[in-house]
Design a protein around this ligand. Structure first.
Ligand code: F6P
Length: 550
């Protein structure tokens, strides 16, 4: 498939006409088709997707589906699940899905490596059981009360979203904390609440070279050794999850306390591996198994459902319709659920670090745009932050609303208001309010002619913002697993069709290289600054001067 397949949006006359039509119609008018809601809604596993507020018709969607089939999407899906090295720049398979599949599938796909995977899973579950039973304790013999997970990016976000989303399922009594940012304030904040003798530390780093994680681990190690005054504390109270066993051991970890990460599991897709250990220590093995089972159910749906009834494929194609046909640059992810407040951040990495690229898998410059700018926060907070722009700027921002029919608190009135706001916002973004309606409302409200002419235009709203509403009965471990897998597969499909490698992240390398150079200058080392801008040099000098004053 050459890099021309996106001509579909620019050369295909039927699609070009459909795009012109879509850009000149109101989404609301599409509901004249009384079957629209039924035809543009889909249930799969524990989720229900209403995509009828999208600016698309069934025939237009059918064109997209035919195009996807013509791009060999079915073969690409088989290729990923069967372990082909689809991460071509790193020559790696992409098999995080195997981690949540039954043992038989593990053996079928991984062969003898399945034994190691199964052993790692069993070991992880054993650690959880032994910590909870008090068989594994701190160096002083005290039971663990707290767990500190040190990691960043994919070695952080999955745990973070799991801990907050599944707060009602925290069943072990262990308090699990995450430390990601390299800001010392983040470290001191944790040390204010942790006791060295009863803290289990899990360092998570696939490469075991990530600057932030290693510096944080070093600070926590120094703190623990100072508090406990016993060098054996690290070997006893620390675990690592990494593919770099040698570096983990040289940090002082006991070989038996290092759980594996395989090169066929990308960081941002690694929650299903031993990276999930801190989460399992909070919610217990059974709930962690349910999380994986929910994701596996979505894997099965993704692999078997015809594309017209395939939730990840439909979300992917609609996302590309919005991005590449209607040219909307962003995607707002608005979970109307306090427990899902970390989901937008998680999806920023999953989506933007996977598909935020402009070169094809073959290294050719793409002449189309790819991943949207993903942002969001939990509702209703977003309504008091950025929804003004979404309603009244000229930017049309496609939105994913995510909401549970049943809340996790006893405050049913609160939940009703939360859901009402979610549904109202999707309606308001779609309907907007035109000038005539505003004028009529102002007059009906007793406004004078002068007030109507002064205020009316300020109160109009553009509307025509497309959205998905993803419903679930309640936010269970299984539902969370299905949601995360749904987005993983949506992003996979878009990567295939955009022809990018969704599984490398070379774009993060330059920043790492330059931060090393900046640090060397700050440390007074001789560095060739000719390549650095006068701005950065001046800023570094200011920092150095400030340090010398303090
Ligand atoms: O953000 C860049 C990245 O490489 C992510 O892909 C990864 O999840 C994160 O940094 C942490 O990497 P590691 O797990 O190797 O510390």
């Amino acid at each position: 498939m050459s890099v021309k397949n996106m001509d579909f949006f620019t050369q295909n006359i039927t699609v070009k006409n459909a795009v012109a039509c879509a850009l000149n119609r109101s989404i609301f008018s599409l509901f004249e088709d009384s079957n629209r809601v039924e035809n543009l809604s889909l249930s799969a596993t524990s989720l229900h997707l209403d995509y009828s507020k999208q600016n698309i018709t069934k025939p237009e969607l059918s064109h997209l589906i035919s195009w996807a089939e013509g791009c060999n999407l079915p073969q690409h899906i088989k290729s990923m699940f069967s372990g082909d090295k689809i991460n071509n720049t790193e020559q790696r398979a992409v098999l995080h899905t195997v981690l949540r599949a039954p043992l038989s599938v593990k053996h079928e796909i991984l062969g003898k490596e399945a034994v190691e995977v199964e052993q790692a899973e069993q070991y992880m579950a054993q650690i959880v059981d032994d910590v909870c039973a008090g068989k594994l304790t701190g160096i002083t013999g005290d039971k663990f009360t707290d767990v500190l997970a040190i990691g960043i990016g994919g070695s952080y976000y999955g745990i973070k979203v799991g801990l907050s989303a599944l707060h009602p399922y925290h069943s072990t009594g262990l308090k699990v904390h995450v430390l990601a940012n390299v800001d010392g304030a983040a470290v001191t904040e944790k040390l204010e609440i942790l006791k060295a003798a009863t803290t289990l530390v899990v360092i998570i780093s696939k490469t075991f070279t990530t600057q932030e994680t290693l510096l944080n681990a070093k600070a926590i190690k120094a703190w623990m050794l100072a508090e406990l005054d016993d060098n054996k504390a690290i070997a006893k109270q620390w675990y690592a999850v990494s593919s770099n066993i040698e570096k983990a051991q040289s940090f002082g970890l006991d070989a038996s306390n290092i759980l594996p990460m395989w090169d066929w599991v990308g960081g941002r897709f690694s929650l299903w591996s031993a990276v999930g250990l801190p989460l399992a220590l909070a919610i217990g093995n059974q709930h962690f198994a349910e999380l994986k089972a929910g994701a596996y159910a979505m894997d099965q749906h993704f692999q078997t459902a015809s594309f017209d009834k395939n939730m990840p494929v439909l979300m992917a194609l609609i996302g590309m319709w919005n991005r590449n046909a209607l040219n909307y640059p962003s995607l707002a992810v608005l979970p109307y659920d306090h427990a899902l407040r970390a989901l937008p951040g998680y999806l920023q990495q999953t989506d933007m670090e996977s598909n935020g690229k402009s070169v094809s898998k073959q290294g050719e410059k793409l002449n189309w745009v790819t991943a949207p700018i993903v942002f969001g926060q939990e509702g209703t907070n977003g309504q008091h932050a950025f929804m003004q722009l979404m309603h009244q700027s000229d930017e049309i921002i496609p939105t994913d609303f995510i909401v549970a029919l049943q809340g996790t608190s006893d405050l049913t009135e609160h939940h009703k208001v939360l859901v009402a706001n979610c549904l109202a916002q999707s309606e308001a973004l779609m309907q907007g309010k035109d000038l005539a309606t505003v004028q009529k409302e102002l007059i009906a409200g007793g406004a004078s002619k002068e007030e109507v002419s002064r205020l009316a235009s300020h109160k109009t709203m553009k509307g025509n913002t497309p959205s998905n509403t993803l419903l679930m009965q309640s936010l269970t471990p299984s539902c969370l697993g299905a949601i995360l897998a749904l987005y993983e597969h949506k992003i996979f499909v878009q990567g295939v069709l955009w022809q990018v490698n969704s599984y490398d992240q070379w774009g993060v390398e330059l920043g790492k290289q330059l931060s090393t150079q900046v640090l060397e200058i700050m440390n007074g080392q001789t560095v060739d600054k000719t390549q650095m801008s006068p701005s950065s040099i001046k800023l570094i000098e200011t920092f150095i001067q400030k340090q010398s004053v303090n």
